[in-house]
Design a protein around this ligand. Structure first.
Ligand SMILES: *Cc1c(COP(=O)(O)O)cnc(C)c1O
Length: 357
């Protein structure tokens, strides 16, 4: 039986996509081989990479003067790639709104002066600092943010309006809501939350910013090199890019980012409304900053939380355990989580509340 999988990452993928991959597994595009067995220089494979790039451009409205590349090493490798490609003056600003934002900042410090200009750890990362009141550094090479906080469940509703190029880690909300790409210098995202299996990371970067990486920047981390080689500088994560392509085609069929955003708002609304109207469950995030992708909640007792996670699993609702830094529960309700999955979770929450109050 297929369960409803609320994992934060790697996470659930659209069922239609998994079936399509299954159907094509032994014979991809008439090659008589699976997509994982053919050369990445084969025309049939190159077409996959070009299609994934074209769909990314179309679905996110990426301007022509931006590179769209697929690389390896996860978002965590991009924490280093960002300074290595952009930190020319040796100084950059970071807004620390969660665990991954903090890791990006710490990585930035290896390469230069990474200035923490905002920090919401004083209230356990339950809010996003007011971006209009922050003191941006004069002459910074970029300002780094994390658009959606996967662990604590917050998101930016308004992005900084800063002089330096804005760099955003969008690992857990890319393709979930419409964004104006032209406001960003660089966007990057590990695929395993909202796009594909683990193994591929997407980078969208304004070409005028990436022509001059730092001399010590490894070739593999040079966005310019990846762009010039159409993401085929070396062997790419072939299967993950193929899956990303299928997911993007599926997203286009479903009406694109605007349409999925409406569904995402609806799903998150159902869950937050239920939690807010309950005296048993609680979500501590400042409402205006609540993520529509990751919804952490608690019952108020660690034992009850553990019981909730175990019983939910028996009911086909899996991976609801909260991150080890937060405890409690977390429902990750990415693009691929159907409305029925969220409704099933709410029905279970009602029943559990009645039995355990
Ligand atoms: C999961 C996640 C990461 C880490 O991604 P890896 O691909 O495991 O390196 C970084 N940033 C955010 C926002 C994430 O959700």
């Amino acid at each position: 039986m297929r369960v409803y999988n609320f994992s934060a990452g790697p996470s659930t993928l659209p069922l239609e996509v998994l079936k399509k991959a299954q159907e094509e597994l032994l014979d991809f595009a008439g090659t008589g081989m699976s997509v994982t067995e053919i050369s990445h220089r084969d025309k049939a494979y190159e077409a996959v990479v070009r299609d994934a790039e074209a769909l990314t451009r179309e679905l996110l409205g990426v301007p022509d003067d931006y590179a769209v590349i697929f690389v390896q090493g996860g978002a965590s490798t991009q924490f280093a790639a960002v300074p290595l490609n952009l930190m020319h003056s040796g100084k950059a600003d970071y807004i620390v709104t969660g665990n991954f934002a903090k890791k990006a900042w710490q990585e930035g410090k290896i390469y230069g002066e990474a200035v923490k200009i905002g920090d919401s750890s004083d209230k356990v990362y339950t809010y996003i600092p007011d971006v209009d009141k922050l003191e941006y550094s004069e002459g910074a090479d970029y300002v780094h943010i994390t658009s959606n906080n996967t662990i604590f469940g917050t998101r930016y509703v308004k992005f900084p309006d800063c002089k330096a190029p804005l760099v955003a880690d969008m690992s857990s909300d890319i393709f979930s809501r419409e964004i104006d790409v032209s406001r960003f210098g660089v966007i990057y995202a590990g695929a395993q939350k909202n796009l594909a299996p683990a193994g591929v990371t997407i980078v969208i970067a304004k070409r005028s910013l990436i022509g001059d990486p730092l001399p010590v920047c490894p070739t593999m981390l040079r966005w310019k090199v990846q762009d010039e080689n159409g993401s085929l500088y070396n062997t790419p994560p072939a299967f993950s890019i193929y899956m990303a392509d299928l997911v993007l085609r599926n997203l286009k069929e479903k009406g694109g980012v605007k349409a999925i955003n409406e569904v995402n708002e609806y799903k998150a609304g159902l869950l937050y409304d239920f939690i807010d109207n309950s005296s048993f469950y609680r979500n501590d995030v400042v409402p205006e900053f609540r993520s529509i992708m990751n919804v952490p909640f608690v019952t108020g007792g660690a034992d009850t939380d553990a019981k909730f996670v175990a019983e939910a699993k028996k009911n086909g609702l899996v991976s609801l355990k909260g991150h080890r830094l937060v405890g409690g529960m977390r429902a990750s309700i990415y693009n691929a989580m159907p409305v029925e999955g969220v409704k099933a979770l709410i029905e279970f929450m009602k029943k559990f509340e009645l039995e355990n109050k």
